[in-house]
Ligand binder design. Structure first.
Ligand code: ZN
Length: 420
């Protein structure tokens, strides 16, 4: 019995399937995607671009039924194939180490094949928007869809990324989530965060992010440690009842007038939140997923996250509300872009955080590899224009200042629209 990995990519999703099987099982599996099987010489010719046909679906169903008892992971193969339309093309390969550039090219090929679009035109369009960022940055993505353990697996050898300590000075008994568990992350685990930092940073920094996103956590029924949160706040209550049915009760001063309900209401919570802690939390997520060898470039950033250093000159955070990625990116997810060139006009580390319908793009400040703060608009614009997002839905991006380190009562302004 041996383990094999296969990479699948369709227009809106990708997944890596791991199967443990014997040689016959492997041949059965590969035969479904093959052009020809030469059993005598053990040669199977594979076609990486596959089209979903009834025959392929039937073959996959029989394969899944045959193997599901021993390898439950085969269910995700059925899900993947069910998720794509009849006659649609997808990509299949026994190699998973594709660069971002490769994925973009494969994606363009699929778009061209599925939508009768011009491959050359798509290539030149994506090249224009992605080219500069890929020339300068190495992106790495982590999503809450695949169990990932980051950093040293052996406890005795672990060094905490945030305090630099090891056992026995600190302990590594708890499971540290690279993105807060309350935001629904069950899969991305950081080995290199000690129990003390986990507790202190969780209680003092990450808690503000969790409260800041509370409305979204309830509305998108995000399961944290204690299920979907119920909000019982100063002037309102909000909870999920069942099957995406909600109760929202506003208490206190009723601002309705004789002309009808108000256009917007202010819902006050009981939580005090410092916006700067939201920025710190995003940076903590980014530093949790980068390779350990780059951590020494962020000594000052970590001092700042831990509250050992004040810093109020923060760049703006770009925020977008969009439903565009909700099907394709498992929430929460983080992508980190690490600059691979010496071009100091660009920040060394940029993070992109996805949570439900929200996207945050932020510069990780205070790196020893940067010579500026990206707070001046010319520096910030230079960075922003390098990123492909500057060209997508550019009018919808908001650029907010999260420098305020004062704890303030969190309020939500909720707009009300007349039902048509
Ligand atoms: Zn620590």
């Amino acid at each position: 019995m041996q383990e094999y990995e296969f990479f699948f990519l369709s227009l809106n999703r990708s997944f890596i399937m791991t199967i443990g099987t014997d040689e016959q099982g492997l041949v059965d599996f590969l035969s479904m995607f093959s052009l020809s099987v030469d059993a005598e010489n053990s040669i199977i010719q594979i076609r990486p671009f596959q089209q979903t046909t009834l025959e392929l679906r039937n073959n996959i169903n029989s394969f899944v039924d045959k193997h599901k008892a021993n390898t439950p992971q085969v269910h995700s193969l059925r899900q993947f194939v069910e998720g794509i339309g009849e006659g649609e093309f997808f990509f299949f390969h026994p190699n998973r180490n594709f660069s971002t550039q490769d994925i973009v090219t494969i994606g363009n090929y699929l778009r061209a094949a599925n939508g009768n679009e011009d491959f050359e035109l798509l290539t030149s369009q994506t090249q224009e928007s992605l080219g500069r960022v890929l020339e300068n940055y190495e992106p790495v993505a982590y999503a809450n869809s695949r169990r990932t353990m980051i950093g040293e697996s052996e406890r005795k050898k672990r060094v905490c990324r945030f305090c630099g300590q090891s056992e026995p000075v600190v302990k590594f008994r708890k499971v540290a989530h690279a993105i807060s568990e309350s935001l629904g992350n069950k899969s991305i685990i950081l080995n290199e965060e000690c129990d003390t930092c986990n507790e202190v940073l969780g209680d003092e920094v990450e808690i503000d992010m969790i409260n800041y996103l509370s409305l979204y956590r309830t509305f998108f029924t995000v399961h944290g440690k204690d299920g979907i949160p119920k909000m019982k706040e100063k002037t309102f209550r909000f909870q999920h009842l069942k099957d995406r049915e909600f109760a929202f009760v506003l208490q206190g001063d009723n601002t309705a007038t004789e002309y009808g309900p108000p256009k917007a209401i202010i819902a006050k919570t009981n939580q005090r939140v410092a916006l700067q802690n939201i920025y710190k939390t995003l940076c903590k997520y980014a530093l949790s997923v980068i390779e350990r060898k780059y951590i020494p470039y962020f000594t000052e950033t970590i001092e700042w996250i831990r509250g050992r250093k004040d810093f109020s000159e923060l760049p703006k955070i770009a925020m977008l509300t969009t439903y565009q990625f909700m099907d394709s990116v498992a929430s929460p997810a983080i992508i980190v872009y690490r600059r691979k060139t010496n071009d100091k006009n660009l920040p060394y580390l940029v993070g992109e955080f996805h949570f439900t319908c929200l996207v945050f793009i932020f510069v990780v400040p205070l790196s020893s590899q940067d010579d500026r703060t990206f707070t001046y608009s010319t520096d910030y614009d230079g960075f922003w224009n390098c990123f492909p997002y500057s060209r997508i839905q550019d009018t919808n991006w908001k650029f907010d200042d999260f420098s305020d380190s004062q704890k303030r009562l969190l309020e939500f302004k909720i707009k009300l629209l007349q039902r048509k």
